[in-house]
Ligand binder design. Sequence first.
Ligand code: SER
Length: 618
Amino acid sequence: MKSKELRKKYLDFFEKRDHAIIPSASLIPENDPSILFTNSGMSPLVPYLLGEKHPEGTRLANTQKSFRAEDIEEVGDSRHTTFFEMLGNWSLSDYFKKEQLNWWFEFLVEELKLDPNRLYQTVYAGSEFAPRDNESIEILKEIYAKYGVVAEEGPQTLGKGEEGPGVEIDFTRYRIFAYKDKNWWQRGDAVGELGGPDSETFYDTGRPHDPKFGPHCHLNCDCGRFIEIGNSVFMQYQRTKDGWCELKNKNVDFGGGLERLVMITEGKNSIFETDLFKDIISKIKELSGLKYNDNKKAFEIIADHLKAASFIMGDDKGIAPSNVDQGYIVRRLIRRAVRYGRQIGIEKIGWTPYIAEAVLGIYGEIYPELERNFDFIKDNLEKEETKFARTLEKGLKELEKISSSKDIDGKTAFDLYQTYGFPLEMTEEELAKKGKKIVDKEGFKEAMKRHQELSRTAAAGKFKGGLADHSEETTKLHTAAHLLLAALRKVLGDHVVQKGSNITAERLRFDFSHPKKLTEEEKKKVEDLVNKAIQNDLPVTFEEMALEEAKKRGAIGVFESRYGKKVKVYKIGKDDNIFSYEICGGPHVERTGILGNFKITKEKSSGAGTRRIKAVLE
Ligand code: SER
């Protein structure tokens, strides 16, 4: 089944079951400082899972563009990518386990025609803060029985990385398995985070077990026999300072892997052979003159990384390669792809935009932002390739110098990797051309291990920080951001639109379109207007309406929306004295009076035609 058909089938299936189909949120999160990228469909929905009313109701579904930098090293095994599309459906305190598990199986078996004998399921084994999920086990047994499949609960397995189940499992009889750590889903550990027991679905590819990954195969084994295709999270706990506590809301958060389901339904062995990658792989083949099957790892890394980089740069937020935050990740993705390109003989500079063209061909219709931003994507790919080529050249000269009369050691090889991005294989190849070698490869590996441990520690802070902060301070600053945008438009003009925002409990950061630096006088006027609105203690209210209606009434905000029908419009002010009228999901404070004093702490450029303001409430 082609990806387009599968995407549509999924959304139609849930639309028929009264779900509103909502658009994919941006890959660059709004108002969520805890993550650099949207990494699942639930991330933009955290406020609603916590109880905020969603304008489209209590049943939602979509496909969400997602990116996980932490999977970068996994790419190359034919089933991992950093960028992926997540199929998602949610119950906001509406239906629960029974509907969710029944519908998901119905979708897999009756719509996608998967053989139920190949489907396996894990459930939560329980812990001191949440009970074992016997309810799901009973529901699953009934579902399997409905399809005439024998399904008993198998031996409990501690989790991945452990030795495994300790016995040979009879997979013709056992289909439901309780795991502990593997079946508790949470975004992070911070107070306020959401979590809950989950139930993952695995598909049996029929591949024989590889004993390299442990003596006995089990569902979470890494050998590749079983692949995870979906995860039903029963999102009903919240982290407090005393541990996990039950929420009032019994939510469902489901996420499924589009790429993997397409692979299975297209009958392929690798997601890189599906229509979501085919044209990209053909392009790499054309550029290198080599075959995918003989160079899988390099082909997969190039295809995944350049697709991800194209999506991140193509996301209306103007993210370009740089040394910080999202820009740093884009830089890493491009450079890593270029390095692997060299390895398979692609050396002529300026090839990466061809891959972006293939990406556009595959996704342009579904994600029109790629087309809108295509020149930006191409320009930045070209620039980054050129910059990196210069670094590589310098590195080659350095290598020439240090190896002119002798072999080099592993530590030196690692320094070349660190400074110039030379992977071990590349250094070896260059040395071999001159009859030289690396004397101790172990030295390289040791230095690399030390380096990875260090960067893991650093990355843990960045990617797993977790907290979707909905504290009162953050909410206040969110309301202040609405006042700020309205004031900027009053002072500078209607050309001012929001380009992005990032709000923590300490400050707000706000990007907007404006061609030049604000004068001291303009800044002062903006501050005064905001503070006046605060002193007037204006009420903050919202109404739900159709997007068209919101536009007609002059609401400002992000209008791009593919499926979205109803939106929330926040109004600050009353009667005919309306200060701000903006499309937004919330949350906000109830009156402006509690905000305190608004102060702009910084105003600077943030790319061509965009300014950035940092501000605080005192
Ligand atoms: N949040 C869950 C996941 O990312 C399900 O959507 O797997």
